[in-house]
Write a protein that binds this ligand. Structure first.
Ligand code: ARG
Length: 474
């Protein structure tokens, strides 16, 4: 994670441009590789029914992420203010959709990301360190909640500790991916290719299944738009953003395809479907005495990702509340430690509720459904602004077919599962959006306040030792 550096020019505070090409690549790769590649292969294979279609979807998700990121590069260089989707929706459609984005990100997107990553952490921690009979869903959930409490503590305790943990843990995921890929290559050299046949046998014919298989795959690729959150800090953005995208996303796609090949050298498709912690079995069968490297590095990696995601979530909620989009007390910071404690604790509570009530796959569907509504809206914003703001300089411009294609695919991804495989989670997501719209007019637009909130604010202020601030946090 990049610690932000503020500088002054006259009276104005600004963020220094410190992110070069290498850091840009590291930022994208570091966010994209997290829990997904270690948990999604099972979901994807169950949903597609065949290894042929699942490879196609893994590759297609990579291509979609690449095209989506290039379209975001146009948006990010056109409006370089941080805040990504919030800023683009504001430019193209005005304050209400922008508000809805920050509302949904704070209440659904960020907490569900943390919940999925913590559940994946717990799955691997339990699978690796507790024997077979102990690894029930119940134990996994308890371990996930414990991990949330620990990262909450870290993030409330100090900003430096949180970024330090993040930096130290990022390398672990690359080790895990590298070891799996190397193990796979070794097995192929030994001739273990017996599972690579009947590629398309049992392929699903349901469009809803294909869309939810994309959800599983796209979760592993999520984070492709991460540079847009720091555009203000990138050196020479119109060159470095597209370059970083062209390097990192194909690199991640390659890693994911190779990891899937590696799993198949060791396990049959049936075994993968029955096994939710595939990489552990891979380690045991391929690496013998050093098998422990895999679950250890995956638990470290996912813990680091969860910590980084909560860190970002806390800042988003902090900023949204300061704008008046949520309770003002959520934008207060601790008077000594200077951490946005109320917003971090608020997030952790929502995350714990999600962990308690969902499973990895249901949360992935819930997240992806909601996220792709907004990724699709960002594509629409790009298309609309080509007509409404044709003269705004666009240092980097994509062919119009790119946002158009991603927009159509995102429509399919959102609509197909509702028609073909409706799940209660999709309804929750829509209810939250409608609630956001209802909340917007009286509380944000007209600035109405409940008296009782003032009393709570005082209680929270005393309890947590937090105060309102105009400080710019690092
Ligand atoms: N792709 C990541 C994973 O597989 C999840 C990234 C979550 N998104 C984010 N912007 N932090 O775990």
């Amino acid at each position: 994670m990049l610690a932000r550096k503020l500088s002054t020019k006259g009276d104005t505070l600004y963020l220094e441009r410190r992110v070069g090409l290498f850091s840009g690549v590291a930022l994208i790769v570091g966010t994209m590789i997290g829990s997904g590649i270690f948990v999604s292969p099972t979901g994807l294979l169950i949903r597609t029914g065949s290894i042929g279609l699942s490879f196609i979807i893994w590759a297609a998700c990579g291509a979609m992420s690449l095209l989506g990121a290039l379209a975001y590069a146009e948006l990010g260089t056109m409006n370089p203010s941080s805040g990504a989707e919030y800023a683009y929706l504001m430019d193209a459609f005005g304050p209400m959709p922008a508000f809805l984005f920050s509302w949904i990100s704070t209440l659904i997107l960020k907490p569900s990301q943390v919940a999925i990553i913590c559940l994946s952490f717990a799955k691997y921690a339990v699978e690796a360190f507790v024997d077979e009979c102990g690894s029930s869903d119940y134990v996994v959930k308890i371990v996930a909640v414990l991990s949330i409490l620990i990262i909450t503590y870290i993030n409330c305790y100090s900003v430096n500790l949180a970024t330090g943990v993040q930096n130290a843990f990022t390398a672990a995921k690359l080790v895990a991916v590298f070891v799996v890929v190397a193990g796979g290559v070794y097995k192929i050299i030994q001739g273990r290719t017996e599972h690579f046949r009947n590629y398309f046998e049992n392929t699903t014919t349901s469009m809803g299944d294909v869309a939810t298989a994309f959800y599983s795959g796209l979760w592993a690729y999520d984070g492709w738009n991460n540079l847009n959150y720091v555009t203000e800090e990138i050196k020479n953005p119109s060159k470095n953003i597209p370059k970083a995208i062209y390097i990192s996303i194909p690199l991640v796609t390659m890693c994911y395809l190779l990891v899937n090949v590696a799993y198949l050298t060791i396990m049959s498709p049936d075994e993968i479907v029955r096994n939710e912690a595939v990489a552990v079995t891979f380690g045991i069968r391929a690496l013998g005495s050093i098998a422990w490297v895999i679950p250890l590095s995956i638990t470290i990696s996912t813990f680091g990702s969860a910590n980084g995601t909560l860190f970002a979530a806390g800042r988003l909620c902090f900023a949204a509340s300061r704008e008046g989009h949520l309770m003002h007390v959520l934008s207060y910071i601790h008077i000594k430690k200077l951490t946005p404690m109320p917003s971090i604790i608020f997030h952790s509570i929502i995350t714990i509720v999600m962990v308690a009530s969902g499973t990895i796959n249901s949360l992935i569907d819930f997240f992806s459904f909601t996220a792709w509504i907004f990724y699709g809206s960002a594509m629409l914003a790009l298309l609309v602004m080509r007509y409404t703001r044709p003269d705004v300089p666009r240092p980097y411009k994509v062919p119009i077919i790119i946002p158009l294609t991603i927009f159509v695919i995102s429509l399919y991804l959102v609509v197909a599962p509702i028609i073909d495989k409706p799940q209660i989670e999709y309804l929750y997501s829509v209810i939250f959006m409608i609630a956001g719209m209802i909340f917007y007019v009286p509380f944000v637009r007209l600035g109405y306040k409940f008296r009782i909130i003032d009393r709570w604010t005082v209680i929270i202020q005393l309890l947590l030792q937090v105060a309102p601030t105009k400080l710019v946090l690092p």
